[in-house]
Ligand binder design. Sequence first.
Ligand code: ADP
Ligand code: IPE
Length: 253
Amino acid sequence: MIIIKAGGSAITDKKLPFSIKAHALENMAHALADVKEDVILCHGGGSFGHPLAIKYNIKGNITTQEQKIGISHINLAMRNLSNIVCETLIEAGCKPFALQSSACMTAANGMLETFNSDLVKKTCEKGFIPLLYGDAVHDSKTGFSIISGDQIMKHLAITFPNSRMIFLTDVDGIYTADPKRDKNAALIKEVPFSKLSSINAGGTGDVTGGMKGKLSEIIKLKGLVSEILIINIEKEDALPYALKGENPGTRIY
Ligand code: ADP
Ligand code: IPE
C-alpha cells in the first residue's frame, strides 16, 4: 500500500485564497495513473481551508454564530477542493472515490477520535483510490474542530500497517531551517525518527501547525510504516521516482 498526502502547499497557493496549482495537481494525477499498487490519497486544506479557519476563528469551543457560519464555509470549500482533485485524477485516467472526511471521522479536542476506516478498505478492495482530506469535523468536546490531513495519515498508517508514505509539499524535503526564510537552509536527505523533534521547522501560521505540525504528526508514525518520503510535487520527476522506491527528497527511517 502507498499512502500519499498532497499538502495544501503542494496543490494550492496558500498566499491566494481558493487558488489551485493546476500543473502540480496534473503532475501528481499522471504519476498516479501508472501505479500498479494500491494507493490512498489524502490532501490538505491549503488556500481553501486555512484562510477560512483563520477568518472565522475556528479554534477552541465553536459557540458563536460567526464561527458556525465559518464551519459551513469550510465544509463547502473542502468539498469543492476535493471535487477539483477528483476531476484532475479522473482526467488523468485514475479511479478516485472521495470519502468526505466530515462524514466518516470525528474528533475530541481537535484530535481525530473515530474513523470509519472500513470505507477506505472497501474502496481499495474494489480498485479505487480513496480520496480523503483535512476537514472540519464533529468534535465531542468543542462542537467542531479542524483535523489535518497529517492526522488522518496516522490513522491510515494504523489501518494499513507497513505501508509506504509519501508527503508531497512545495519544497524539496525537510531542511535544517525553513528554506523560504533562511538561504543557508540545507536539505536533509535522510533522518531517523528519533532526530525529527530537533529539526528547526516553522509553523507557517496555519491552523494545523505548518511543517512543525506535520513533523509532530510524522513522529507518531514510527514503527507503523515501512518508509516515509517528503518530496516536492513541483519537480516533475519526484513523484514517479518516489513511487519506484527512490528518494528524491527526504527519507525518514
Ligand atoms: P503542506 O501544506 O504541504 O502540508 P506546510 O505548508 O504545512 O505543508 O509546510 C510546508 C512549508 O513549511 C514549506 O513551504 C516551508 O516553507 C515550510 N518549512 C518550515 N520549516 C521547514 C523545514 N525545516 N523544512 C522544510 N520546510 C519548512
Ligand atoms: C487542514 O488540513 C484542513 C483545513 C484547514 C480545513 P491540513 O493541515 O492537512 O492542510 P495543509 O496541508 O497544511 O494545507
